[in-house]
Design a protein around this ligand. Structure first.
Ligand code: SAH
Ligand code: SF4
Ligand code: F3S
Length: 442
């Protein structure tokens, strides 16, 4: 019988995508997927370390795996991703039952380990730029991630990512376009370009420098590619040329994720975000001028060291002014190997952080709810993803604005339909399939 693997993924889309590559690689080695961790010969974790909570969650899982291995000593335990990278000196010491550990750039080394006769624990933590092509195994045949760069060249003082993913390296332009074409020919209709700061794409390429907007235009013009998304742009670097591509091509989704982090210029400076409050507001105005119906989402951190009540109120003010369609909100978490973890002044007590978080979420939800009302009464194009999570008799899909829609109707995952929107909360839209599409689907 073939060997079986079980992968648990934590963290961002980069990790989701790396896990697809791990799975693809394992299947090319003859492994098959196991539903349950207990039945796997290889238990693999793709880890995240962005906040302390992420570490805690993962370590609890790792202890479960240890128990599986105790009952079945032949089990191989592998740990990849950002936590592994940031713990490279300690992982085998603190978790001696781990057999192989590797950083985000070292997925191919997993295959080397598994096909070698090695019985001692191995760690692989080099940064090697762009890994060679790996087969991927996607959960959704019609949607794909496409990585355009590795690493990050920014120095945000709170962030562990530059130390876990290494320096920024752009993937060769032609390679990305070729992969996008191949994906389209395989039936992928929606693609998300991935990078920590997508606007920095191409500036390091030689002999020919490239711009992100060029790449966006080219990928968005591939026949059959119906929707193109990207994440994340950086408020410092997003420029008119990117907005122009949105305006030019219907395939570029009407959604921009623009991480604010804080609304106070003083805190932004301490975060080393390289833009201030005015610049952020100006970028939003530029985006809205070019893409009037755009949905804007963001990331915000509360309780950064030195954040006073006045600073926090500035964050609330920017949120009220910009009116985000959605936001991910986080409590500042000091991370190893980061500058902000060493800050000792103006530390915000935990209860104040929690209280600020609650106030922020209230503002975010109210704005998101108000913004979403503009969709009610409209008929929107929806990419069907499958049955609704809350009510399996209904379907769930997504609009170009990245809004989830639950609706009555028929249709296969991966196909487009039109939905008349009848209701909107801060999170989701509801509606009914258009009669024409309903007749066609039945
Ligand atoms: N490269 C992306 C962000 C990746 S991390 C970008 O710059 O847009 C995703 C989000 O996690 C960040 O935007 C930030 O809001 C949050 N985050 C990162 N480090 C954090 C920390 N130490 N504490 C709390 N939130 C953090
Ligand atoms: Fe982290 Fe800043 Fe890089 Fe984003 S841009 S990954 S927040 S260092
Ligand atoms: Fe992503 Fe977490 Fe690493 S958010 S880049 S997996 S630290």
């Amino acid at each position: 019988m073939s060997k079986r693997y079980h992968v648990t993924t934590f963290g961002c889309q980069m990790n989701e995508h790396d896990s697809e590559r791990m799975k693809g690689m394992l299947e090319s080695l003859g492994y098959t997927a196991s539903e349950r961790r207990e039945d796997a010969d290889l238990i693999l974790f793709n880890t995240c370390s962005i906040r302390e909570k992420a570490d805690e969650r993962f370590v609890a899982h790792l202890h479960d795996a240890k128990i599986v291995k105790r009952n079945n000593p032949g089990t191989v335990i592998g740990v990849g991703g950002c936590w592994a990278q940031s713990m490279k000196d300690l992982v085998f010491e603190q978790f001696p039952f781990v057999d192989v550990a590797f950083g985000p750039g070292q997925v191919p080394k997993l295959a080397e380990f598994l096909t070698s006769d090695s019985i001692t624990a191995q760690g692989y933590f080099e940064f090697e730029g762009f890994p060679a092509h790996l087969p991927t195994k996607r959960d959704r045949p019609h949607q794909a991630w496409l990585q355009i760069s590795v690493g990050c060249h920014m120095k945000c003082s709170y962030c562990i990512v530059p130390s876990t993913r290494g320096r920024h390296v752009s993937r060769p332009y032609d390679e990305i376009v070729e992969e996008a074409r191949r994906l389209a020919s395989e039936g992928v209709v929606e693609i998300t370009l991935l990078g920590q700061n997508v606007n920095a794409y191409g500036r390091d390429l030689r002999p020919q420098r490239r711009e992100f907007s060029e790449l966006l235009r080219e990928v968005g013009s591939i026949p059959g590619m119906k929707r193109v998304r990207y994440t994340s742009p950086h408020p410092q670097d997003i420029k008119q040329d990117v907005v122009d591509v949105h305006a030019e091509l219907d395939t570029i989704c009407e959604h921009v994720h623009l991480p604010l982090q804080a609304g106070s210029s003083k805190i932004l400076k301490a975060m080393r975000r390289t833009y201030d409050r005015e610049r952020f507001i100006d970028r939003v105005a530029m985006i809205r001028a070019g893409i009037p119906d755009v949905a804007l989402s963001t990331d915000i951190i509360v309780g950064f060291p030195g954040e006073t009540e006045e600073d926090f109120q500035e964050t609330l003010e920017v949120c009220e002014l910009v009116q985000f369609d959605s936001a991910f909100t986080f409590i500042f978490s000091p991370r190893r190997h980061t500058e902000a973890a060493e800050f000792t002044e103006g530390l915000v007590p935990h209860d104040v952080k929690v209280e600020r978080m609650q106030r922020l979420v209230e503002v975010i939800q109210r704005n998101a709810h108000e913004r979403a009302q503009r969709f009610v009464g409209r008929t929107m194009e929806v990419l069907i993803e499958g049955p609704s999570r809350t009510d399996p008799s209904r379907l769930r899909g997504r609009t170009s604005h990245n809004k989830a829609v639950n609706f009555e109707g028929f249709g296969e995952p991966g196909t487009f339909t039109h939905v008349g929107i009848t209701g909107a909360t801060s999170q989701t839209l509801t509606g009914n399939q258009s009669l024409v599409d309903l007749a066609l689907a039945r």
